[in-house]
Design a binder for this molecule. Sequence first.
Ligand code: COA
Length: 238
Amino acid sequence: MVGLQEHGTSVVLQLNRPAKLNALSTGLEQALLDALHTPQVQAARAIVFTGSERAFSAGADTSELPEMTPDRIAAYYRGSGSVYDVVSRLPQPTIAAVSGYCLGAGFELALACDIRVAADTAQFGLPEVGLGILPSSGGLTRLVRAVGPALAREIILFGERFPASEAHRLGLVREVIPQARMLAVALERAAFLATQPAMAVAWTKAAIDAAAESSAASSLLIEQLAYAALNRTEGQKQ
Ligand code: COA
C-alpha cells in the first residue's frame, strides 16, 4: 500500500490505494509507519511523500469512522494514528508532493511535512466538521500555527475545497507546478535539501518546532544550545 523508491539520497514514499483515492485507513497509516522504519528511509537525507495523480489522499477512511469508540480512539492514537506526529518529528527534511484531492487527514499529512509543493490540479480541504468531527491528526493545530486562528476558522468551519493557487496565496504551499512536472520539481527540491548538513537540518527543525511553543527566552536559549551542539560537527563549514 506504500511504494518506496530511492532517488539518489532521497526517498519517495507513495500512498498506493488508488481505488479508494488513497483514503488513510488504519492499514494505510500502519504501512506508512512501517515504511518510515525501513533502513532506506532511515538512511535517506530527504523524504518526499506523494500519492497518485488523482489524489494525494481523500482523507481518513470514512468506512472506519462508525466503529470508533473513545477507547478505540485512544488506542488508535497510540498505534497507526501516531504516524502524522512521527512524520512531523522526522530529522530529515520532508516534502509533500500533492496532486489532486488533498482532503482531511491527507491535508493533515501534508501539513506534517516541512514543505508542500502542489500540482495545479491539487484541491485542499478539511471537511471533518461537516461529518460531525474535527481535524484531529495534528492538522487543526498545524493549520492554526501556519495561517493563524482567523483563517483556520474559515477553512475548518466552512470545510470548502480550495485550489492549489489559494493554498499558495495562504503560504501553505511553496510552489504550484504543472501536473506533469510536479514530482520532478519536488525531487529537485528534495535533492537540494538532501545536500544540506544533516545535523544542522535536524536541530533546526527541532528548534523551529520548539520556537512555536516556547517563550522568546526559552527559544533563544534553544537556538544557542543547538548552535553549541552543532559547532564542529561534520557538516559545519568554517
Ligand atoms: N474514505 C473511504 N473511501 C473513500 C474516501 C474516504 N475518505 N474518499 C473516497 N473514497 C472512495 C469512494 O467511496 C469510492 O469508492 P467505491 O468506488 O468503492 O465506491 C472511491 O474512493 C472513489 O471515490 P468517488 O467518491 O467515487 O470519487 P469522486 O471523484 O466522485 O469524488 C471526492 C471524490 C474526494 C470528492 C469524494 O470521494 C469525497 O468527498 N470523499 C470523502 C472526502 C472526506 O470527507 N474526507 C475526510 C474524511 S474525515
